[in-house]
Design a protein around this ligand. Structure first.
Ligand code: PGA
Length: 259
């Protein structure tokens, strides 16, 4: 049984005061989440403050990126060990904004994934096709290529410590989410690939999140699909109440998230 995971990707939003307020709101609204694991990924600068607010609560935290080296002359970069030191549980890697706006390659992402695992972080690898790629019928080809490349060189035990997110690029920040059927089709395909790349058992236990315009009113229909194990939430994670609703609606059918 996979416990659904709901992660807030705050992107480049929020100074310290807003970060503290938002993290406190989520913490107070999800004191005893049932059937769902929740984490917040604020900007790097807010991580210590968010860690302080969430310490001792069931809500985890993580970062939105990291470098692949442990230390060195890499101006402006953050090493995975620095994130581990702050108690991060997760690091989002290969987000389409990093791939497209900052030209991150599959090879960069693979190195980051391996580095994150070395430091005990769970890499949350994002894959997803553009609207044009979908139109051309390339969705499976694109996500398969990104997955194989992002996990290149990993052993089955390392894959087992990872999280995947299917984020169709055309659904990110657009208000147009994938339909549950569209998402479920890709999630099923990805799970089959996990089975091939690791093992059947790992494919059964690995969480595959959906991301792209997840909102309080579509969270349930998306996350209750059999192969969708939670959500990676951008815009809607900036409002505590809405994010809490998404987390509760994503809880496994067996459990309900109580305050
Ligand atoms: P969105 O972003 O929820 O605002 O579409 C999702 C993401 O980029 O992870």
């Amino acid at each position: 049984m996979r416990t659904p995971l709901v992660v807030g990707n705050w992107k480049m939003h929020g100074g310290l005061a807003e970060a503290r307020e938002l993290a406190s709101g989520v913490r107070d609204g999800l004191k005893r989440p049932r059937g769902v694991e929740v984490a917040l990924c604020p900007p790097f600068t807010a991580l210590p403050a968010v860690a302080e607010v969430l310490a001792g609560s069931p809500i985890g935290w993580g970062a939105q990126n990291c470098h692949w080296e442990d230390t060195g002359a890499f101006t402006g970069e953050i090493a995975p060990g620095m994130l581990a030191e702050l108690g991060c549980r997760f690091v989002i890697l290969g987000h389409s904004e990093r791939r497209h706006l900052f030209r991150e390659t599959d090879d960069d992402i693979a190195r980051k994934v391996a580095a994150a695992l070395r430091h005990g972080l769970q890499p949350l690898l994002c894959v997803g096709e553009t609207a044009e790629e979908r139109r051309q019928g390339l969705t499976f080809t694109v996500v398969e290529g990104q997955l194989r490349a992002g996990w290149a060189g990993l052993g089955a035990d390392e894959i087992a410590r990872s999280v995947l997110a299917y984020e169709p690029v055309w659904a990110i920040g657009t208000g147009v989410n994938a339909t549950p059927a569209q998402a479920a089709e890709v999630h099923g395909y990805l799970r089959g690939l996990v089975s091939e790349l690791a093992s059947k058992e790992t494919a059964q236990s690995l969480r595959i999140l959906y991301g792209g315009s997840v909102k309080p009113d579509n969270a349930a229909e998306l996350t209750q699909q059999p192969d969708i194990d939670g959500a990676l939430v951008g815009g809607a994670s900036l409002q505590a109440q809405g994010f809490i609703t998404i987390a509760k609606k994503s809880a496994s059918r067996g459990g309900s998230s109580k305050e």
